[in-house]
Design a protein around this ligand. Sequence first.
Ligand SMILES: *[C@@H]1O[C@H](CO)[C@@H](O)[C@H](O)[C@H]1NC(C)=O
Ligand SMILES: *[C@@H]1O[C@H](CO)[C@@H](O)[C@H](O)[C@H]1NC(C)=O
Ligand SMILES: *[C@@H]1O[C@H](CO)[C@@H](O)[C@H](O)[C@H]1NC(C)=O
Ligand SMILES: *[C@@H]1O[C@H](CO)[C@@H](O)[C@H](O)[C@H]1NC(C)=O
Ligand SMILES: *[C@@H]1O[C@H](CO)[C@@H](O)[C@H](O)[C@H]1NC(C)=O
Ligand SMILES: *[C@@H]1O[C@H](CO)[C@@H](O)[C@H](O)[C@H]1NC(C)=O
Ligand SMILES: *[C@@H]1O[C@H](CO)[C@@H](O)[C@H](O)[C@H]1NC(C)=O
Ligand SMILES: *[C@@H]1O[C@H](CO)[C@@H](O)[C@H](O)[C@H]1NC(C)=O
Ligand SMILES: *[C@@H]1O[C@H](CO)[C@@H](O)[C@H](O)[C@H]1NC(C)=O
Length: 481
Amino acid sequence: MLPETLICLLNAAIIQAATAQLSLNSILSLNAQNLPSPPTFSVPAAETLTITVAFCSSGTSSPRFFVTNSTSVDDPGPDGGEDVYEILVEEGLGTFSGIFSEGGVLAVDTDNSNSFAFEIGASDDGPLHQVLATFPLLGDTTSNQALIFSPPFDPPTLVEPSYPNYTLPGPSLSPPSPPDSSPNFTIVIAPTSSQNLTSLPQTACMISSQSSSGNIANESLWLRDEDGWRTQWIIEGLSPQTNYTAYVSEDGKKLSGPMYFTTKSAVFACPLAAFLPYCPGVTYAVPLPSPQNAALSLYDNTNIPSAISDTLTAYFSNFTTTLTTQACGRDYYSPLQTCADCQRAYFRWLCSVSFPRCGEASSASATASSSLSSSSSTGTSSTPPTLTSALQLQSPTSTPRNSAFPSLNTSYSVLLPCIETCQAADRACPNFLGFACPLARFNANSSYGVGYIDGAEPEQEGLGVPGSAQDRWGNIWCNLV
Ligand SMILES: *[C@@H]1O[C@H](CO)[C@@H](O)[C@H](O)[C@H]1NC(C)=O
Ligand SMILES: *[C@@H]1O[C@H](CO)[C@@H](O)[C@H](O)[C@H]1NC(C)=O
Ligand SMILES: *[C@@H]1O[C@H](CO)[C@@H](O)[C@H](O)[C@H]1NC(C)=O
Ligand SMILES: *[C@@H]1O[C@H](CO)[C@@H](O)[C@H](O)[C@H]1NC(C)=O
Ligand SMILES: *[C@@H]1O[C@H](CO)[C@@H](O)[C@H](O)[C@H]1NC(C)=O
Ligand SMILES: *[C@@H]1O[C@H](CO)[C@@H](O)[C@H](O)[C@H]1NC(C)=O
Ligand SMILES: *[C@@H]1O[C@H](CO)[C@@H](O)[C@H](O)[C@H]1NC(C)=O
Ligand SMILES: *[C@@H]1O[C@H](CO)[C@@H](O)[C@H](O)[C@H]1NC(C)=O
Ligand SMILES: *[C@@H]1O[C@H](CO)[C@@H](O)[C@H](O)[C@H]1NC(C)=O
């Protein structure tokens, strides 16, 4: 039997010799207080390796990271040396790509007196930690709810039927089945004024550790548009007229955001509508009375008044019947557009005019007005006019925009559809259908939002102010389903 002291010495030697390892395509969660000694990690070999570090703690005593792809350096550090690089960390995220044909070593340089959590990932298939280029998407808000989407994934493949069996789908009465696997998206929401998420390291592990406002009443996958599937959250229990910041993290590694939104004022009367398979883009507040006895406080496929859904699906079917009197797939009315394109564009337009959207004035933020001046490059005035959303006041006596909707007995504002929805259908459909949109110079702005996505004049595609239907600052200029 060995003396106890010798066992201790042997153990120490073993710990000293065993180098901790980074494994390919996986993430190591670490804390500055219990790093291996020495704090170095062997790096797996790969022709193009991306090493990422993500801070999961905030504070000043943040570690530094040095990496080498040389097999003759065993402790890369601030003193440099051949093939020694520092992984620079900005806003909590550091990314380094290089050739590691024979592997290498990564060293963590830290003051281990403080607890500081971080993650290291190594991958031969792009960065494991990342700030995504796509932001979460706001569906809409009420005074205490928000409908928010994750970035999209798995775009659908559009099926183009072919002659002689040119069959177009009817209105979908049930949603398509979601994909078998999906990213694990999680959402964090906080009042913009009181909990400053933007000042924290912009990493998924940091933001996900923060408390989130409201409660998730429903989380499901929804194919809202051709961009692909998204996780859709219905958040309840928010405060009226409050600015919120939202982030979405993907699989605890990638971060999307910040996106900002404002809840409506306490008097805002319109409830949300969502989960309508024939109008998947209708995910906003509609002028209907509060839904009664609904599990979720919104209108979905089960409680939307049948007068509304029946009329709509009848229009869908009639339109499809008329459209296919054209020899679709045999006689081409356009080199660019097909009957299937026309049907899709018409359905979107029909949904946007059949489901009026309630709105409230957006506060044009400083950021929105700075994007104004840059996009109106041809403009001569240096002070851009204040941009307002395409809102139209509806009084209890005004003619409802869709007669299938009951009167609300109260005044509210409608956010008009973006005219591009109409123009897309006009462009995609054969002339004989007689589909036409009003012209900007003839009062088009009494029924559509004009000049937001495209310019108000012909041939000004993409030249509108601000150039989109909504932005990530919470402004929604016109309705785009
Ligand atoms: C180390 O990195 C440098 C610079 O990227 C590269 O030229 C060199 O081939 C790499 N060495 C090995 C052994 O991968
Ligand atoms: C025509 O196409 C539809 C949908 O793609 C399919 O369900 C149907 O069986 C086809 N009919 C014939 C005769 O091929
Ligand atoms: C949050 O922090 C960032 C960065 O420190 C700062 O620019 C911003 O003004 C802060 N916002 C609020 C609402 O405190
Ligand atoms: C979310 O709500 C929809 C529509 O009401 C319902 O079909 C679905 O089952 C709900 N999902 C969950 C997870 O509650
Ligand atoms: C999704 O991620 C969250 C936090 O990252 C985790 O708590 C949850 O268990 C994950 N869900 C699934 C289905 O993996
Ligand atoms: C659909 O067409 C049928 C038969 O042509 C007609 O009776 C019905 O009114 C039409 N429905 C709509 C909503 O246009
Ligand atoms: C929300 O943010 C906007 C733009 O930054 C600001 O003008 C507005 O006063 C804020 N509203 C509230 C209720 O804090
Ligand atoms: C609106 O007022 C009319 C007449 O007073 C009433 O019959 C109707 O139920 C009211 N509708 C709503 C949604 O309150
Ligand atoms: C509609 O456009 C006309 C001129 O094109 C303008 O005078 C009018 O104020 C606009 N109306 C609204 C509601 O913006």
